[in-house]
Structures are given as structure tokens and as C-alpha cells.
Design a protein around this ligand. Structure first.
Ligand code: SAM
Length: 209
């Protein structure tokens, strides 16, 4: 089993209890780079994996492949963590390596422990309050949307389809009693504590769809 563990933006006090527990329970912990390793080593020993800071596609692919092989071998039979800064599901090397492991080692169960992302942590440092819709971009095309305060997901999905969106994942009451994840078949009503994710690309959610 492989778990992508988010370490938060760098402040050792912003790592979650669940992240620490997962690191401690792991047979082996791999860290994405030396900054992540420094954070992990306050709790457990780890092996540092190197990812080149380059835009060269070939070097990047080579390092993702190499590291996927290293991780996959242990994760076949043991609980293995891949620790990275921020949140592992957002713009991370974990996403890249995971995509390869899913193909090369299809039997390995993969999950993630969320971390405080730089995307939310910056607001405390910048001392800004965000109460309107906003964009997060890294220069690539905008293909996805995250909608808060969803009450009528079916109606909303119909409207989003007219904008070119196709796949829908509704996540309700995350981490609470009544938690539910609904894929594509949107219900008419949802709890106030719900988020709708939609994309113009292929829905990738670890093969649940
Ligand atoms: C590849 S993304 C990784 C994002 C990470 N997975 C997360 O959830 O925070 C790297 C970019 O995130 C931002 N970032 C990550 N950590 C940061 C930090 N501690 N302070 C400011 N920006 C940060 C920077 O824009 C950086 O170029």
C-alpha cells in the first residue's frame, strides 16, 4: 500500500497528526527532496528521492520512472509513505510518480493524507481574506473547477455541462459522520458541507469511476 503524505508548507507545526501517525506506521518512508526529508526526520528515518529541478521532459520522465520503480518494489508488500511538502494531490511529484505506479504496479492500493497546501497557507502570511471565487494557475490551461456551497448538484452539473465540463465528483461532509463521495451521477440535493469537483479532462480519482 502506498500513501502520499502531505507535510504542509514547511512550518514543522503545520504537519497534521494523521501525517505523523502514517509516517510512524510505515515500513518505509520516502521523502521528495531534502526539505521534505528534514521535516520527516523529526519523526522517523526516511530515504530521500531526488527529482531534478528542470523543465526538460526527458529528465523529468526518467526521474519519475526511476523513483516509481524504487517505491513500487516496497509498496507491493508493505505500507510505504511518500512524503512531500504541501498537499500531495496538488501540483506534486507524488501525482507524477503515482500515475506511473498505477500502470506498472496495478495491484498497489494508493491513498493520500492531505496536508496544508501553500495554496491556502499563503493567505495567513499575506494576511488576506478571500470570500469570492478565485483562480489558482501554474501556467497550464484551466481544465477544472471546484465549487463550494453546493445545494443542488444535479442542476449545477447540467449548467456546467453546457460550459464544456464533463466529469463530476461530489464530496460531502469530509471526515464527518455521513461522509459521501458521489461520482458522475449527481443527486438533486446535497448537504451544505459539500464540494463539487468537475473537469474538462478525464476524471482521475484512483480508478473509482
Ligand atoms: C509544485 S508546487 C507544489 C504545491 C504543493 N503540493 C502544495 O500543496 O503546496 C510548488 C509551488 O507551490 C508554491 N509553494 C509551495 N510551498 C510554498 C511555500 N512554503 N511558500 C510559498 N509558496 C510555496 C510555490 O508557488 C511553488 O512554486
Amino acid at each position: 500500500m502506498l500513501v502520499g503524505v502531505g507535510l504542509g508548507p514547511g512550518d514543522p507545526e503545520l504537519i497534521t497528526l494523521k501525517a505523523v501517525k502514517t509516517l510512524k506506521e510505515s515500513y518505509k518512508v520516502f521523502a521528495a527532496g531534502t526539505l521534505a526529508a528534514t521535516m520527516v526526520e523529526s519523526y522517523v528515518k526516511c530515504e530521500v528521492l531526488n527529482f531534478p529541478m528542470t523543465k526538460d521532459e526527458d529528465s523529468l520522465n526518467e526521474s519519475w520512472l526511476e523513483n516509481a520503480e524504487i517505491i513500487g518494489k516496497d509498496a507491493k508488500d508493505h505500507l510505504v509513505s511518500f512524503a512531500c511538502l504541501g498537499d500531495p494531490n496538488f501540483f506534486s511529484t507524488f501525482n507524477k510518480v503515482r500515475a506511473i505506479i498505477e500502470i506498472k504496479y496495478p495491484g498497489i492500493e494508493i491513498s493520500t493524507v492531505p496536508g496544508v497546501s501553500a495554496i491556502t497557507a499563503f493567505a495567513s502570511k499575506a494576511n488576506v481574506m478571500i470570500n469570492e471565487s478565485f483562480e489558482v494557475i501554474d501556467g497550464s490551461p484551466i481544465l477544472s473547477k471546484i465549487v463550494l456551497k453546493v445545494r443542488e448538484p444535479k442542476k449545477l452539473a447540467e449548467a456546467l455541462k453546457r460550459e464544456g465540463y464533463g466529469g463530476f465528483i461530489l464530496v460531502e461532509r469530509i471526515g464527518m459522520e455521513g461522509e459521501r463521495v458521489v461520482i458522475n451521477k449527481m443527486p438533486s440535493k446535497s448537504n451544505y458541507l459539500s464540494i463539487l469537483y468537475t473537469t474538462k479532462s478525464v476524471v482521475k480519482n484512483g480508478g473509482m469511476d
